[in-house]
Structures are given as C-alpha cells and as structure tokens.
Write a protein that binds this ligand. Structure first.
Ligand code: MLT
Length: 389
C-alpha cells in the first residue's frame, strides 16, 4: 500500500488514477511515499525519509526544493503541456489587455456607475482615454519555446503578428510543432530589440531569475508591452518600475502582481489565473498522478525535472531502482554486489541528467535485503528500492 499526501486540492479525476486497493490518499500523512502538490510552498518543508517522489500538478517547480530532493533521492515530476492550452488562451487575452486598455476602461465604467452616473451618457465621451493599438502587423517576442511558448507563438502568427522566438534548449518536439512562420532568434538581444510585445514562457530558476532586467529593458523598443504569466521573479522589479514610470514599458500584464506594481501606470494584475481552467486542472492532476504511480509501482520516470527519463518494460521478478550521483564506478559497484549473490542481470538501463543519474536493474531472482543494503551503502548512491513484479 502506498501513502500519498496531497498538499493542495487535487482534481478528483486525478485521484481516481490512484485506486484505493493500492493507495491511501490523505492531506495529513506523516510518512508519505508520494506527494501531490499544486502551488503549496514546499521550499522549507522537511522531506521525510519515506518520501520517494513529489508530483507537481503544473509546469513550474519553483515551490519545490529541487536540490534537496535530488540529494535525498526524491524524484520531482511536473506536467509539461497539461495546462498549455489554458495558458496559451490567457496569454492571448493578456496581449489584448496589454494593448487595448480593456481593464482600465472596465474599471472606469464600474466607478462611474458606483458614483451614480448614468453610464450611457458618458461612454462615447469617455472612451477616447482608452485607445490602444492593434496586434496585427506588430512583432511579438516569445521567450521560451516549450509546450506553452510554441502554442502562443503559433497562434500569434494567426493573429497576423510577426513572431520571433528564443529558446536555447529548443527540444526536437517543440521544433517540429513550431509554425514555419515563427522566426527563431539566436540570441536574446535580437528579441529585445525587435519586439513590440514580449511574452515570457520559461521556468524561473537561478539562470532565468531577473532575465528581464535593466540591460534587457534598455535594449527594448520604447513603449514595449510585456506579458508575464510565467513567474514574477523573471522580471527584475527594480528595473521595471522606472521603465513603467517613464513609459519605456507601456504596459505590463502579469499573473504575479504585488501592491507596488499595481500602483503603476500600465500595469494589469491577474491573480495567477494562467492554468485556472477546469480542463487544465483535470489534465494536470491526471498526468501528475499517472507519473507518480508509474514511478512508485514500476520505477519508470517520465517528466522529471531532477532525474532523467527512464522507462523499462519488466523483464525479471525483482527490479532495483537506484538513484545516484552521476559519478564513475557506480554501475560496476551495483553489478558486483549482485554477482556476489550469483544474481544475473536480465536487463538494465542507466541514464544521467546533470549531476544525478538513475539506473533500473531487472533480475530474475529474489534480491536479499543485505544486497539492497550493500548497494545503498556504496559511495554516491542516494536511494535504492527493490520492486517485485
Ligand atoms: C504552472 O506552473 O503550471 C502554472 O503557473 C499554473 C500553476 O502554477 O498552477
């Protein structure tokens, strides 16, 4: 029986993927095997020894202590693409909000009505203060061409925008899905310089924090319009505030506002609505639960942010799942521990991702607890599990 702890409300359709005969799901489990989380902040949470995996129902993982998880041999999953359509649709809305002063016009009208004014008498006179440009023919820079960025770039071409995309880690899948009308920039400077509108679709991490900073803003066109539904920290607030005050940045539409930003001209704040659709909450929950179950039951890893993708069809009666540092000598240590028990390896796969690696070993024998403990005690091994078919 696996214990699953939920840290947010997870859509029922996702929980249905974890049947009661194999899983106990609760929000107060002390020793969980797996955690299902949406945006709860786990950065300073303790990771219990029992914990094998955290599945985030969403794309961003900046609420999860990735480095600590890796060192503790805890796999962190996310659900790339599951909410891409929801975010794409809101991005189109945000581009329009960045242009057409819809939010300001709506606020003004509500304020008139609240003051007892018959709004039908002021609409025509008042509307001139809410003029904003069209998207057609303008250049949109899309930073980050993952599942969301590709969809945004493609649909923006259909709105008649010239689209220039940037992603130094463009995957083969993304490249194949990208419309041929989207130009691919070799460097960020080109995107900053050419864009009338910019939209961010990249994760926030130590490399991307503050990517829209003083120098980037200085390189942009005057009156650039910026959309950020990705993460607040991608934009350096200290650089953005004077740019909004001077009109260098004409508008900033963000899912991550704060009180300082909301006071400034041109800012439209949304309460992190990017993925807030029933469809996307369901998609994310199902994908997160399936990935978690496949790891717990079969040791397969798909869509992990800290470990490589590794899948192996079962070919023995015992499967060893070994998370380790990406260091030399690990595989020989594992195989020699098994050969000491005269156990023959049926099948084996090993892949690495940065500083960490994952190995699945299928054997057609029982593996003693002593051997498992022996492997777990080898240098640079972080976690060993023995699964039975
Ligand atoms: C994501 O990271 O998937 C989106 O920002 C939505 C969310 O955080 O739930």
């Amino acid at each position: 029986m696996y214990q699953i702890k939920t840290l947010n409300k997870i859509a029922q359709v996702g929980l249905n993927e974890l049947p009661a005969e194999t899983y106990t799901i609760a929000d107060d489990t002390a020793a969980p095997d797996g955690v299902l989380v949406r945006s709860a902040d786990m950065l300073s949470a303790e990771l219990p020894e029992s914990l094998l995996a955290i599945a985030r129902a969403g794309a961003g993982t900046n609420n999860i202590p990735i480095d600590r998880c890796s060192e503790a041999g805890v796999v962190v999953f996310n659900t790339p693409g599951a909410n891409a359509n929801a975010v794409k649709e809101l991005t189109i809305c945000a581009l329009l909000l960045a242009s057409r002063k819809v939010a300001a016009g709506n606020k003004w009208l509500d304020a008139q009505a609240a003051d007892g004014v018959d709004v039908t008498t002021v609409i025509e006179k008042g509307k001139s203060q809410f003029v904003g440009p069209e998207l057609l023919g303008k250049t949109l820079g899309v930073i980050g061409l993952g599942a969301i960025g590709v969809q945004v770039a493609n649909i923006a071409t259909k709105l008649g925008m010239n689209v220039v995309g940037y992603d130094p880690f463009l995957s083969v899948n993304a490249a194949l899905s990208l419309s041929r009308a989207v130009r691919w920039a070799k460097d960020l400077e080109t995107v900053w310089k050419e864009s009338d509108y910019l939209t961010l679709h990249l994760p926030q991490n130590e490399h991307t924090k503050g990517i829209v900073g003083k120098d980037a803003i200085a390189a942009m066109k005057d009156g650039v319009r910026l959309v950020n539904l990705a993460r607040g920290g991608l934009v350096d607030k200290a650089a953005l505030i004077p740019a909004l005050e001077s009109g260098k940045v004409a508008s900033y539409v963000t899912d991550f506002p704060d009180n300082d930003l909301l006071k400034l001209p041109g800012v439209t704040g949304l309460p992190h609505l990017g993925a807030s659709t029933p469809e996307s909450e369901d998609n994310c929950a199902v994908m997160a639960a399936r990935q978690l179950a496949d790891y717990l039951e079969n040791g397969n890893i798909v869509n992990s942010v800290n470990l490589p993708a590794v899948e192996l069809p079962w070919s023995g009666i015992t499967r060893l799942c070994i998370i380790h540092r990406n260091s030399p000598g690990i595989l020989s240590g594992i195989t020699s521990a098994l050969s000491q028990e005269s156990i023959n390896v049926e099948n084996m796969v090993n892949k690495s991702k940065g500083d960490y690696a994952y190995t699945i070993v299928d054997v057609n024998a029982e593996v003693s607890l002593e051997s498992v403990a022996h492997i777990a005690g080898l240098d640079n091994i972080l976690r060993v599990r023995a699964l039975k078919r």
